[in-house]
Design a protein around this ligand. Structure first.
Ligand SMILES: Nc1ncnc2c1ncn2[C@@H]1O[C@H](COP(=O)(O)OP(=O)(O)OP(=O)(O)O)[C@@H](O)[C@H]1O
Ligand SMILES: [Mg+2]
Length: 329
């Protein structure tokens, strides 16, 4: 690596290797299992955003829930700042890990308690994680509310969640997440429930936190257009598998996997009318099991051949730092 490459190499904060998550399905005594996440690997770098894009049920939220320790992974390695996640837990560091890896949800109303003021919501993590004392907590709450664009802060702090708009509530959720100086924010569809008119404001706020405060984001979305806007890197998921990943520009401008091509063809463009969506076979989306074989997209893929139903494609580097898993690249 030459000097400039070394300078460009950002510090890896969170590293996921070969992550697998199985869920029991149906009657528990039958031992039926579905594989919601299969062999997923990626790094989150300091101050960088990775967008995880894919349709409903592709395993996006399951990945985030594993990282926040809501679910325990079936297999794989997770390390945070170079240390296995399991070590944080066994060494009484779980609270410290929880402070550094925060989550923002799709529904800001659901994540706020209607009987408490905004002040209460933002003060609580500051006190739990000893980032403020009872004496200076209000000042810190006001600073955070200003930082996320909720001014006048003193007035906002006195309000209850129902007195704010959806976009303002999501700003409160962000203030609460950044109150404890996290290294990583896992944002699970943070703008999809908001009015279109306020979505860009929230994305720009997150971009500021990333660029100016060095926070790494995992940005989960259905919308590959916002992935391109916000995130340096993009990973496309299908039925629990990463089918294509790399620099967002490369993945979105030069998609190689038939599923990524389909997602991009569905993005509306200014000046283009009518449908340009690519064709897709009417096959079912498979229920992936540990015993399943082949490419998960084979049943819907317009270019699938025999091999696709039998062998999982290897990852191929199609351009520098841009990978896809497809037998027909
Ligand atoms: N606790 C659970 N028990 C059983 N199955 C689960 C559980 N959580 C998720 N799943 C299954 O795992 C798969 C992936 O779900 P997940 O919520 O991760 O998808 P997603 O990509 O976040 O979808 P969406 O875009 O709808 O939020 C789905 O088939 C889902 O039904
Ligand atoms: Mg989800």
């Amino acid at each position: 690596m030459d000097d400039s490459a070394a300078m460009n190499k950002k510090e890896t904060i969170l590293s996921i290797k070969n992550l697998v998550m199985d869920f029991a399905i149906g009657h528990s005594s039958k031992g039926n299992v579905m594989r919601a996440v299969n062999d997923v690997s990626f790094d989150l770098n300091k101050g960088e955003a990775l967008a995880i894009v894919g349709e409903s049920g592709s395993g996006k939220s399951t990945g985030a829930r594993i990282l926040t320790r809501i679910y325990k992974e079936t297999a794989g390695k997770i390390s945070f700042k170079g240390k296995p996640l399991a070590d944080y837990v066994s060494e009484n560091g779980a609270l410290e890990y929880a402070r550094q890896v925060q989550m923002i949800f799709q529904d800001p109303f659901g994540s706020l308690n209607p009987v408490h003021t905004i002040h209460h919501h933002v003060a609580r993590p500051l006190l739990i994680h000893k980032r403020a004392t009872k004496r200076d907590v209000s000042q810190k709450v006001y600073e955070l509310l200003e930082l996320v664009g909720l001014s006048p802060a003193v007035e906002t702090a006195q309000k209850y969640p129902h007195e704010l708009s959806g976009g303002q509530r999501q700003r409160v959720a962000i203030a609460r997440a950044i109150a404890v100086d996290p290294e990583v924010i896992l944002a699970d569809e943070p703008i999809s429930m908001l009015d279109v008119s306020v979505r860009l404001g929230i994305l720009n706020l997150m971009a500021d936190l990333k660029d100016k405060h060095g926070i790494a984001f995992m940005y989960i979305t259905h919308d590959i257009a916002t992935a391109r806007y916000f995130a340096e890197k993009t990973a496309v998921m299908y039925v629990g598998h990463m089918v294509e990943w790399g620099h967002s520009d490369s993945v979105t401008q030069n998609p190689q996997h038939p599923y990524s091509k389909l997602l991009l063809s569905a993005v509306p463009e200014v000046g283009r009318r009518g449908k340009r969506e690519l064709s897709v076979k009417k096959g079912d989306i498979p229920l992936w099991k540990p015993s399943s074989v082949g490419c998960p997209y084979a049943s819907r893929c317009p270019v699938a051949t025999e091999v696709c139903t039998q062998e999982m494609p290897e990852a191929t580097e199609v351009q520098a730092g841009h990978f896809a898993r497809c037998h027909h690249l």
